[in-house]
Design a protein. Structure first.
Ligand code: SER
Length: 316
C-alpha cells in the first residue's frame, strides 16, 4: 500500500484548502481528510474522509496504522478568541493533539509532521514592527501560550528523537472558500462578506489596528514549500516567522471602497482588541526566505480583488 497523508481538522479554514491542494499534488486517494464532524459536506464527499477526534491518541494511531499514513498535518485547534472563552478546552485540544502526533512520530508510526504555529506566540513585550524570528515572546492569550509551548516541544522532539516536524507561524489568513472560526484576525474575512451583502461592516477592532496577514493561496504555498524542502534546509524546528502583508481595518476598507464606493465601515472594538494589541504589527521572515525560499505573492489590493470576485461568484 502506498504511503498516505492524514489531515486532522480538514474541515477548517486552512485544512479544507490544504486538503484540495495536497490531493491535487499527491492524488485524491492518497490524502485522508479527517475532522471531529462532517460539517463540510463538499470535503466529506470529495475523497477519503474519516471522523477523528484529535484528542484521541488511539483513534489517530489506528487511522495511521490501518492506512499506512506516514505524514500528518495537524490543523485542529481552538483559536485566540475562542480560547479566551474556553481556556481549558483550548489547552486540552491544542496540546494533547500535538503530543499525540509527535509521539506517533517518535514511535516511528509516522515519519513527517506539519503543525501550525501563529503570530499569537508573541506578546505585548515583543517588538511590534518587523518582529524578528528570535525575540521576546510572552504571549498573553491561552492560544498563544499553547502555540509557544507547542513550538518548544516540536524542537525538543526533533532534537531528542529525530522527529521531522516542520512549522510556520501563520499570520491572519484571508480566504473565501471556508470561513475562519474563533480568531482575532477573522474580521479581515467577514468584512468582504458584509461588503458584498450589506455594503457596511461593524469592525470589532479599532481603525488603526495593524496586523500581519496572508492570502490563503500564499499560506498553502508556504505549507507545501516547507514540507517539500530538503530536511537539511529546515534549520528551525520550532516554527518559522512568515510574513505577507500588514494592514489596518481602515486600509482594508479603503481597498474595498475602490470596488464598492459606498461601502461603510464603523468600529466597535470588543475583547478581541486587547488580543490584537498584544500581537506584532508586521513580521520579519528573513529565515523562511533564506532557508526555503519563501516569498508571498498577494498584496492587499490583489487580495481584495480576488475575494470580491470569488465571493460574488460563489453567492450567485
Ligand atoms: N488567526 C489566528 C487568530 O486570530 C492567529 O493565528 O486567532
Amino acid at each position: 500500500m502506498s504511503s498516505k497523508i492524514l489531515i486532522i481538522g480538514a474541515c477548517g479554514q486552512i485544512g479544507s484548502e490544504l486538503t484540495s491542494k495536497l490531493r491535487e499534488i499527491y492524488g485524491t486517494d492518497n490524502v485522508i481528510a479527517s475532522d471531529i464532524n462532517t460539517r463540510k459536506l463538499e470535503l466529506v464527499n470529495s475523497g477519503p474522509f474519516t471522523i477523528l477526534d484529535a484528542k484521541n491518541f488511539n483513534a489517530i494511531k489506528d487511522c495511521c496504522k490501518n492506512n499506512n499514513v506516514k505524514t500528518v498535518y495537524l490543523m485542529a485547534a481552538l483559536l485566540s478568541a475562542t480560547g479566551e472563552k474556553y481556556p481549558m478546552e483550548a489547552w486540552d485540544l491544542n496540546m494533547n493533539s500535538l503530543f499525540h502526533v509527535l509521539n506517533l512520530a517518535k514511535e516511528k508510526v509516522i515519519d513527517h509532521v506539519f503543525w501550525p504555529s501563529s503570530i499569537a506566540v508573541f506578546g505585548p513585550t515583543t517588538p511590534k514592527e518587523n518582529t524578528p524570528q528570535y525575540t521576546i515572546m510572552e504571549p498573553t492569550t491561552v492560544y498563544g501560550i499553547t502555540k509557544q509551548v507547542g513550538e518548544r516541544w516540536c524542537e525538543y522532539y526533533h532534537n531528542k528523537y529525530g522527529v521531522d516536524v516542520r512549522s510556520i507561524r501563520y499570520p491572519g489568513i484571508i480566504s473565501w472558500k471556508t470561513l475562519p472560526g474563533g480568531g482575532t484576525t477573522d474580521y479581515a474575512v467577514e468584512i468582504y462578506h458584509k461588503a458584498l451583502k450589506e455594503k457596511k461592516y461593524e469592525c470589532f477592532l479599532s481603525e488603526n489596528t495593524a496586523l500581519p496577514m496572508l492570502f490563503m493561496d500564499d499560506a498553502i504555498k508556504a505549507t507545501v514549500d516547507i514540507m517539500t524542502a530538503n530536511p537539511e534546509a529546515i534549520a528551525i524546528r520550532s516554527s518559522y516567522n512568515l510574513s505577507g502583508i500588514s494592514f489596518t481595518p481602515k486600509e482594508i476598507a479603503a481597498s474595498i471602497q475602490k470596488h464598492i464606493p459606498d461601502f461603510k465601515i464603523t468600529y466597535k472594538p470588543d475583547f478581541r482588541q486587547q488580543i490584537a494589541d498584544s500581537w506584532p504589527k508586521s513580521i520579519n521572515d528573513s529565515e523562511a526566505c533564506e532557508h526555503w525560499n519563501w516569498k508571498h505573492s498577494f498584496d492587499l489590493d490583489a487580495i481584495t480583488k480576488e475575494m470580491l470576485t470569488q465571493l460574488k461568484e460563489k453567492n450567485q
